[in-house]
Structures are given as C-alpha cells and as structure tokens.
Design a protein around this ligand. Sequence first.
Ligand code: AMP
Length: 287
Amino acid sequence: MQVVHSIADLRTRIKEYRRKHDQSVGFVPTMGYLHEGHVSLLRKARTQSGLVVLSIFVNPLQFGPGEDFERYPRNTEKDLQLAEAAGADLVFMPTVDEMYPTPIRTTVSVTGLTSRLCGASRPGHFDGVATVVSKLFHIVQPDQAFFGLKDAQQIAVIEQMVQDLNLDIEIVPCPTLREADGLAMSSRNVYLSEQERKQALVLSQSLEKVKEFIQSHPSFSSEELVQLVSSHISTAPLATIDYVEALGYPTLEPFEIGHHPASIIVALAVKFGKTRLIDNLIIQVRK
Ligand code: AMP
C-alpha cells in the first residue's frame, strides 16, 4: 500500500497503473478515523476494482460555523493499518492547503435534494460535500466510487451530480454497518459519554419499530412513521431531536397517505450533548 500526500503524485501513480493494467479504479472517499463501516466499503471495492484508492481528508468546506471541524477525531496510524488490512492499494491524504491552495471560487451545488434533512439543518453542508467529491473525482478519475447508505442523502446528492455533470463513474451504495447492539458505526460515536452511548440505542431501535410497523400496516402516513420514531427517541432523556422525516427515496419528496413511492426513507438526526448522530432506514414498500 502506498501513501501519497500530493495531487500530482496521486495522478502519476494512477496513470502508471492504468498504463500497465486494463482494470478498473475504485475509489472510497472518507474523512478518516476509520471503523468497520469504512472497511466494508474498502472490502467491497477490493472485490470490484483492480486498484483501490482511499482518500482521507477532513474537508473544512462541509462543516458549518460552530460544527466540529477542529475537533473531528483523527488517527492516521490506525487508519493506515485498517486500510492496508482491508486491501487498499493507494491512500491519498492531502492537507487542506493541497486541496484548497487559494480561496475557492467555484463550487458545486445540487439543488432540490439538499433542501431537507441534513441539507436543511446544516446549511451549505452538501455544497461542501459535492464540491470536494467532485474535486476528488476529477483527481482520481475512478470507474467506481463506494459510498455508505448511512449517509443516504449524500448518495442521492452524489448520484444526481454524477448524472447532471455526465461523470462516467458508477456510484456503488453499500449497507450501513452497525455495532452489535444496533448503533450505526460512526467516527463521531467516540464523542459519546457512557450514558449517551447507552441512550443512543433508541435511534436504531426506533427504526426497527418503523420497519415492523410498515410490515404490518399496508397503508400508513409519513406523520405516523415520524411520530413512532420521535416518541421512541423521546424516551431517552439525553436525546434532542434535530429532525425525523419520512420521504420517498432517492427523490426525497414527501408522500401522501396511500400514495407512497416504492422506496421510502425514514431518516433522523439526533443530538446527544454536542454530538450529532444520523441514521436511517430505507425500505421497499408493497403497493
Ligand atoms: P465519513 O468518513 O464519515 O465521511 O464516511 C466516509 C464513507 O463511509 C461515506 O460513504 C459514509 O457513508 C461511509 N460510512 C460511514 N459510516 C458507515 C457505516 N456505519 N456503514 C457503512 N458505511 C459507512
């Protein structure tokens, strides 16, 4: 496994690989502090791509004022061990100056899909995501890029960007990996106190409740689903709900009772102290 810090170096190595091999280049963009969720993306890439490129970059552009950019967890040594064990070939770890040497004057903005969920509660977040992912796509020029469904809105946004900008990249969505007790793996889980960690279980539990509810109710409203999730989360005294929404997926459009689309997402963001966690359930619904 090779580790590179400069864009020029990365480009040279990928070009060299392409010259020598007639195989695809797979790309896994991350912000580091890797866990099994990230590892699952790398493993998936390993099965589908000839060259597996991982990027580790905490992107300041996607953090709002007062968010956790400065204190975002970092552990390069452990990241590199996990990356190597999962089969990464090339790790790109640029500095902020390497990615943004001058103040950025060109950004990528995906409209519509970003007006709800995390787009509404973190203004500018998805412009930051779409811009950095588009820069990374231009640098790496992958054939496939692997993203986790834990960030389902991010996948919808990236797929739209790829379609709108005619990027020749296959977006591969990968399932959410969870801890044994159900909590979705996240680099931010490390912020949780012991009490918060225990209470954070209400998130995955509430989504399980929705799943059971949908399976036993042929007709339901989005309000019923939201109510079910919110009332269960409210049983945790340390939880503050940022949002709970039930929408069509990947359109992220609201739906009326009896007219739900074939695929729906129930998505939530909840704060425990300063730590904001997200989770979701995407479910295919019988008509
Ligand atoms: P991050 O480092 O949090 O920006 O995440 C990098 C990639 O890993 C994104 O595509 C995430 O959706 C994905 N990811 C994060 N957590 C998980 C998880 N628990 N299971 C699967 N993928 C994940």
